[in-house]
Design a protein around this ligand. Structure first.
Ligand SMILES: NC(=O)c1ccc[n+]([C@@H]2O[C@H](COP(=O)([O-])OP(=O)(O)OC[C@H]3O[C@@H](n4cnc5c(N)ncnc54)[C@H](O)[C@@H]3O)[C@@H](O)[C@H]2O)c1
Ligand SMILES: [Zn+2]
Length: 246
């Protein structure tokens, strides 16, 4: 089938009462200028994300880890949501039980006005106390921080970024909301390399529960063959074409 026909057939599944769940990854923000991890711009000063996004790396060298996050906060602060974010924001207001589960930490879905965003891996814009004093976690939009690592206003120790690092647990609240979101009619998986677990296993769960699963990605991923439909293309193009058919 041609892409056009596949899009037509998919558009017909978007009935007004369809339960639509969308799982997104870094590819959705690529057109906004936010580098993906596994693309050609994914490296920073010769570090791989896997070397920086761990509690062990932070314990060893909090300043270097913070320099990377501070750089990403500065970069994202200058980016704007793209057409992919905008279409998903529209859907979040149109479909009654719409849910968006994102691995992205950039906050661009929220800035596009999306309702019901589940942040599976936390946020670049949240901070918390590394030594887990009573300060808890909160939003801090300071860009750039005048000193790294920034310090906890309560105990004076270092703050950490509010993201989920490799080896850390997904926040309970996000897991529960995701569990509910996987009971859906349509599950779109957009712009993720589907290699980071447990996020990579979510579409298979939705499919087992009866959802029609669709991948949107310019490249094939380990999940492509397990989808009902894999649409090769960029998120901003495919979602735009689909929205025009709805
Ligand atoms: N924007 C962000 O917040 C951001 C950026 C980089 C990494 N991350 C973190 O990286 C982890 C890795 O997973 P991931 O799978 O999200 O990212 P990834 O970097 O592993 O994969 C990105 C995927 O996006 C695809 N892609 C590239 N351009 C695209 C486009 N225009 N449209 C659609 N797809 C496109 C690529 O083919 C690739 O499969 C997550 O934990 C996430 O927290 C977040
Ligand atoms: Zn503290």
């Amino acid at each position: 089938m041609t892409l056009e026909r596949e899009l037509d057939a998919l558009a017909r599944r978007f009935s007004p009462e369809a339960r639509v769940t969308v799982l997104t990854g870094a590819g959705v923000s690529a057109a906004s200028g936010v580098p993906t991890f596994r693309g050609p711009d994914g490296l920073w000063k010769d570090f791989r994300p896997e070397e920086l996004a761990t509690p062990e790396a932070f314990a060893r060298d909090p300043k270097t880890v913070w320099e990377w996050y501070d750089w990403r906060r500065q970069l994202v602060a200058q980016c704007r949501p793209n057409r992919a974010h905008d279409v998903l924001a529209l859907w979040s207001r149109r479909y009654p039980s719409f849910a968006l589960v994102t691995q992205n930490v950039d906050g661009l879905h929220e800035r596009a006005g999306t309702e019901n965003v589940v942040r599976f891996h936390g946020s670049l814009w949240e901070v918390s106390c590394w030594s887990q004093c009573r300060a808890g976690s909160w939003l801090d939009m300071t860009v750039p921080f005048p000193r790294l690592p920034p310090s906890c206003p309560h105990c004076g120790g270092p703050l950490r970024p509010g993201v989920v690092w490799f080896g850390e647990a997904i926040p309970e609240e996000a897991l529960e909301a995701t569990g509910r979101a996987l009971d859906c009619d349509l599950c779109l998986v957009v712009g993720t390399s589907s290699v980071v677990y447990p996020a990579a296993g979510l579409s298979a769960q939705a499919r087992r529960r009866g959802a029609f699963t669709v991948e949107i990605n310019p490249e094939a991923t380990p999940a492509s063959t397990e989808m009902d439909l894999a649409l090769p293309g960029r998120a901003e193009d495919i979602l735009n074409s689909l929205e025009r058919l709805l």
